[in-house]
Design a protein around this ligand. Structure first.
Ligand SMILES: Nc1ncnc2c1ncn2[C@@H]1O[C@H](COP(=O)(O)OP(=O)(O)OP(=O)(O)O)[C@@H](O)[C@H]1O
Ligand code: SF4
Ligand SMILES: [Mg+2]
Length: 374
């Protein structure tokens, strides 16, 4: 992971032996996965502290009939400086709700009903509207799911980036133009000037996505939350955008929550992966472990239902992909027990009892399933 400006003032500091011991206990118990902790500890007394931490977050949407429907039910996660955290889940699992809740941009009928969102030592759920306005875009940037809806259709791309900069301070016209030019050059190494003069309809999907990324990095944020930023792009352009994110992470020291329904995109890209199902974390751990040896029955089924690589045998490629049977909508989730129980191929009688806890199956890998509870 890189050490950018965020990690500079948030992540690392020298501490005395006594303070180290106290911090050890605190960090070990509440913030860091063990492998990150050990690495930080071994690094000449420098420890890594989460740049963003979500604790037991509950979000519900109120429908016309006045009944709240929970979309997130107790989601917790931590994001380390410079880390790429992949959030994986099928449609309706609560990925966009999570993204919008962090920056407090839920639709009017969406309400956070519990939990905490800690950023730079503050709980964003207790922040005043003006504080939130300053954090949004400038310190935490959100890239929306659909680039064609997120851009203004009649405004040149460069102007859209310039307006983001202007909204977070007015350094003067010349400085504003220069910063816009720099930001454009970072996302469009070639033809930055021409593309900044283009309207969204004159850009390809990949180029529009780059304009959104330019808006996101314009104010040098600490954290970027990218909600399915490559969903509408072809595989080559998807890889280009992932490459751009990697470069920006290295250069700017950004931490990123990368939301997707496609596990293949996270291979070799994410540091850790968190799997959401029915608004709950069902699996979480280092990317190589979760993607290479998934343990939760949902994660395993999810991976079996995606096409494998092109060098597979002809017969396997022609075989029908197994879909996960059953309905994943919120209304079909059971009221008690494991939320995946109605669709789980490995369910047991006990699974209808209480909800399984998120337990460690290794030092760094957590799963919420009765199969792993002792
Ligand atoms: N404005 C809303 N009003 C009521 N329910 C909503 C609203 N927005 C989302 N939901 C519900 O919340 C749940 C989670 O939705 P969300 O958009 O977070 O899922 P998602 O994982 O991002 O899905 P996708 O992959 O399709 O984007 C869904 O059941 C959805 O129907
Ligand atoms: S708790 Fe039971 S139903 Fe839920 S995923 Fe595990 S085995 Fe399947
Ligand atoms: Mg979504």
């Amino acid at each position: 992971m890189s050490s950018g400006k965020c990690s500079g003032h948030l992540a690392s500091k020298r501490i005395t032996v006594r303070a180290r011991r106290l911090t050890f206990q605190l960090v070990r118990s509440t913030i860091l996965p063990q492998h990150e902790f050990r690495r930080g500890w071994a690094d000449a007394g420098r420890i890594m502290v989460s740049v963003l931490e979500i604790q037991n977050l509950h979000v519900s949407y109120w429908w016309r009939e006045g009944v709240p429907r929970p979309a997130l039910a107790g989601v917790s996660l931590s994001l380390l400086p410079g880390e790429i955290l992949g959030v994986l889940g099928e449609s309706g699992s609560g990925k966009s709700t999570l993204a919008a809740a962090v920056v407090r941009l839920l639709p009017p009928n969406g309400h956070i009903t519990g939990g905490a969102i800690l950023f730079e030592g503050k709980d964003l759920l207790r922040s005043k509207p003006e504080e939130l306005r300053q954090i949004r875009g400038a310190r935490i940037a959100l890239i929306f799911q659909e680039p064609s809806l997120a851009l203004h259709p009649t405004m040149r791309a460069g102007e859209q980036v310039r307006q983001v900069l202007a909204a977070h301070g007015s350094p003067g016209k010349r400085a504003l133009n220069e910063r816009t030019r720099q930001v454009f050059a970072a996302v469009f190494p070639e033809e930055a000037d021409r593309l900044s003069q283009s309207y969204p309809h004159q850009l390809s999907g990949g180029q529009r996505q780059r304009v959104l990324i330019a808006q996101a990095i314009a104010c040098r944020p600490c954290v970027i939350i990218a909600d399915e930023p490559t969903a509408s792009l072809d595989p080559t352009t998807q890889m280009e955008i992932l490459g751009l994110f990697r470069t920006l992470r290295e250069k700017l020291g950004l931490a990123m929550i990368f939301i997707t329904h496609n596990p293949a995109l996270l291979v070799g890209f994410a540091d850790r992966v968190l799997v959401l199902y029915g608004g709950r974390v069902v699996e979480w751990g280092p990317a190589a472990t979760v993607l290479g040896s998934p343990r939760h029955p949902y994660t395993k089924a999810l991976f079996q239902s995606i096409p494998q690589s092109f060098d597979e045998s002809e017969s396997r490629r022609k075989a029908k992909l197994p879909a996960i049977a059953g309905d994943s909508s919120l209304s079909s989730l059971p009221r008690e027990g494991c939320c995946f129980e109605p669709r789980c191929a490995e369910r047991m009688a006990i699974c209808r009892g209480r909800e399984p806890a998120l337990v460690n199956v290794s030092e760094t890998h957590k799963v919420s399933c009765y199969k792993y509870e002792s």
